[in-house]
Design a protein around this ligand. Structure first.
Ligand code: 26W
Length: 765
């Protein structure tokens, strides 16, 4: 976008005056943020967008967008110009570091959706997002006495200057017990320096009729008032579960609200353009981001029939339009809904699900494995697989497991339906924006082509040795910045010459933060015994939110916080190690952590992490992976070389066999240091009024499936490889590995992913 400094500043002044009666030099940060954003929006939306023959709609219950302002300015090509203009009047973009993240997502799946929107716009692929405008996003996390506390996330505190409410596109969504108005808020998605603007449409729920005081006073209005209350509640809050299905009716309402509003909107536009409904597949396709929006299938069937199609005609259209991405194989994450509850809330939609089940049986698919409705439970994944054109997993190993286990019977039936599309991340946010110094260093060596063609990073290979000093210097500066930030926000001092060993992601037992925690206690004991005089000083950094109802995950947070207090408070030990669990880990925190890490911990039990995308972010920022052969780690090793990373642990093929005879207590008998670490959970070393640590120990040693995720089994190999990594740290050998990973990160661009989706599935121009 062309940038005219005077025009920009005069727009900002005009908006400040009109909206806030304020002037640039004295406006509050919030006022300035809104005025700058609106000034940019005004200009950026002037460009006319081409009309495409076919568009894809990405249906997702989550979009974890993070902060918009810096990324939008970068993509519009005016980041430095806007900073310069503001500087000339004594202001700076830096104060927008306090703007809230738009955290309308939990973790991987939501952040992936955000990366894909950015990449599609940057690759000129006509992809639009459809989601829910939650009033409160993912909770804010604090620690009190080491325990996690949750507070509401008021993400609109600073306003929402990047959205436009489009009242004329409002539609009514019908539930059996109430009607709700859905109002769209459109957020432009700017492609990287290419003039493309795609759209993210987030629906907000409102009462259909405004509150009627007269009726309310006559008592008639009481039911109406309740309905209005329920209508606004639908979009109140994002469900904070990641990988665990909780069968709440309000969540079902959210899901239907999203898909019904989106499909009504899309069909309305399709008809208004003069197209026939039977031609929908020529103009539209829909990507279902996991099962959360799968009610779109029966809803489309219902809508098409309400326009006069037969069920079979509607089915033919739907099966050409829908595609489904699976993001997890965890049994507890697979969405199932009680058939009675669903038919009560949405009888007409349920009728369509029954029709699909009948069709499936009529086709002779008599195996129960295929059933959409079985024992009064609706299996959303089966509905999705049955009707969709394509089903995809998110990394090679994950797609393999879908074919051989999760959906094995389906795969036998429809082998061509299944494809792999390995996840990716946008290199704009995850390198250009979060580490501008490193980006500049790369630009200087190989030019700027990599900004939009990430595989060009491989051109760095011949320069690896030459780049080492600059790379070390930049990493050091990033560590200093992070240390200052952590000091300010967490009150913990991390010397920047320590190794920064980072594990940040949602808290889940399968991700095994506990394995990392035990290794810290193992090193702690060695230091205490005086056996680790040459232990390289290391800072163990954690960040993770636990779902509020996930007891064991919260216990792990408490455990690590107790370890942090023990280690950091011990003068003998804190010369060798520090531990910090940062509060409220989110996208913006990730941007700071990822470029300052020396070690990327990706240590899930093999077979459990569908892909992981944090692993890719660290790799792109020149960090070696300490990890298992799981998810996209496998492909990271293929691209960068296994020898350039630090791999340990049981492989997927070994896991099933190990679990057959597994006895965690036996492992402890052969490993006294580990035994001691596990005992420390309950021997009084740590304070824990709530008794969480005892239950945590119980989950490892007793119950029907003790140590379900093989933490103790993988411990010896983990520590062996970790010690080797810590020993190699700081050598040229080590830094070369960092840069070779960076140079090999090309495959993990979300640009490549969205192009794969387009080539294999959407087939848009
Ligand atoms: C119904 C509760 C629920 C909520 C969220 C179930 C499942 C989910 C998501 C599918 C969980 C998720 O975010 N999965 C992650 O998706 C990423 C993007 O593909 C992968 O990189 C991660 O490995 C996967 O855990």
């Amino acid at each position: 976008m062309p940038f005219d400094k005077d025009q920009f500043l005069s727009s900002v002044s005009r908006i400040l005056r009109a909206e806030y009666a304020a002037e640039i030099p004295t406006a509050t940060e919030k006022e300035l943020y809104n005025a700058v954003s609106r000034a940019v929006m005004e200009q950026a939306l002037e460009q006319k967008q081409p009309v495409h023959a076919k568009r894809c709609a990405y249906f997702s219950a989550e979009f974890l967008m993070g902060r918009a302002i810096f990324s939008n300015l970068l993509n519009l090509g005016i980041l430095e110009e806007a900073e310069g203009a503001l500087a000339s009047v004594g202001r700076s973009l830096n104060c927008f570091e306090d703007v809230e993240d738009a955290a309308l997502g939990n973790g991987g799946l939501g952040r992936l959706a955000a990366c894909y929107l950015e990449s599609a716009a940057s690759c000129d692929i006509p992809l639009d997002g459809y989601g829910i405008r939650y009033r409160y996003g993912l909770f804010r996390q604090t620690f009190e006495d080491g325990y996690q506390h949750e507070e509401g996330d008021d993400w609109l505190k600073w306003g929402d200057p990047w959205s436009i409410p489009v009242e004329r596109d409002a539609v009514v969504v019908h539930f059996d017990d109430l009607d709700v108005k859905a109002v769209p808020y459109d957020m432009p998605i700017f492609g990287y320096k290419n003039g493309v603007v795609n759209n993210l449409r987030l629906w907000s729920s409102e009462a259909v009729q405004p509150f009627d005081f007269a009726a309310f006073n006559e008592m008639k209005g009481e039911r109406k008032a309740e309905e209005n209350f329920l209508a606004t509640k639908i979009c109140d809050v994002l469900y904070p579960n990641d990988n665990t299905m909780v069968g709440k009716i309000l969540r079902l309402r959210q899901q239907y609200f999203l898909v019904s509003a989106s499909l009504q909107d899309i069909l309305k536009k399709h008809l208004a353009a003069g197209y026939a409904l039977k031609d929908l597949p020529a103009h539209r396709c829909f990507q279902l981001n996991d099962t959360h929006p799968v009610l779109a299938i029966p809803e489309l069937l219902r809508l098409l029939q309400s326009h006069g199609m037969t069920f079979e005609e509607a089915f033919a259209v739907a099966s050409k339009c829908f595609n489904f991405t699976n993001h997890t194989i965890l049994a507890e994450a697979l969405e199932k809904w009680d058939a009675l509850a669903l038919s009560d809330l949405l009888p007409d939609v349920f009728e369509q699900i029954v029709a699909c089940q009948n069709r499936l049986e009529a086709e002779g698919l008599s195996k129960e494995k295929y059933f959409i409705i079985r024992d009064n439970v609706v299996h959303m994944a089966n509905l999705a697989v049955y009707v969709s054109s394509k089903v995809n997993g998110v990394a090679e190993i994950h797609t393999g497991i879908l074919k051989s286990e999760t959906f094995a019977d389906w795969y036998e039936l429809y082998p061509k339906k299944f494809v792999n599309i390995t996840n990716g991340i946008t290199p704009r946010r995850w390198l250009l924006l979060n580490d501008p110094a490193l980006a500049k260093l790369i630009d200087g060596k190989i030019g700027e082509g990599w900004h939009t063609e990430l595989s060009e990073l491989k051109k760095l290979k011949p320069f690896v040795s030459e780049l080492l000093p600059d790379f070390k210097r930049i990493k050091r500066q990033n560590k200093e910045k992070l240390a200052a930030y952590i000091k300010e926000h967490e009150g913990v001092e991390l010397p920047p010459d320590f190794i920064f060993d980072v594990q940040v992601k949602r808290l889940h037992e399968y991700k095994r933060q506990l394995l990392n925690a035990f290794s810290i206690l193992y090193f702690y004991q060695k230091i205490k015994r005086g056996e680790a005089k040459d232990f390289p000083p290391t800072a163990f950094i954690f960040g993770a939110k636990a779902a509020p109802g996930y007891y064991m995950a919260k216990a792990v947070i408490k455990f690590i916080n107790e370890i942090a207090a023990l280690v950091n408070g011990d003068e003998e030990v804190n010369r060798y190690m520090r531990v910090v669990f940062v509060q409220n880990y989110n996208v913006s925190y990730a941007e700071k952590l990822v470029c300052a890490a020396d070690i990327s911990e990706q240590i899930s039990l093999a077979g459990m992490e569908a892909s992981g995308t944090g692993n890719m972010k660290f790799m792109l920022n020149g960090t070696v992976t300490l990890g298992t052969m799981d998810g996209a780690n496998v492909e990271i090793c293929e691209e960068a070389g296994k020898d350039n990373n630090y791999i340990f642990g049981a492989t997927v093929d070994e896991v099933a066999e190990i679990k057959r005879y597994y006895c965690p207590r036996e492992i402890l008998e052969t490993n006294p240091d580990l035994k001691r670490a596990v005992e420390m959970l309950t021997d009084g070393t740590f304070s824990d009024e709530l008794g969480m640590l005892e239950k945590l120990q119980g989950s490892l040693l007793s119950g029907h499936d003790p140590d379900r995720y093989l933490v103790l089994y993988d411990f010896p190999d983990y520590v062996r490889v970790k010690e080797q990594l810590l020993k190699e740290y700081g050598t040229d050998e080590y830094y070369k590995k960092c840069l070779l990973n960076l140079a090999a990160a090309g495959k993990f661009s979300a640009d490549r992913s969205v192009k794969d989706y387009n080539r294999l599935i959407w087939k848009l121009k």
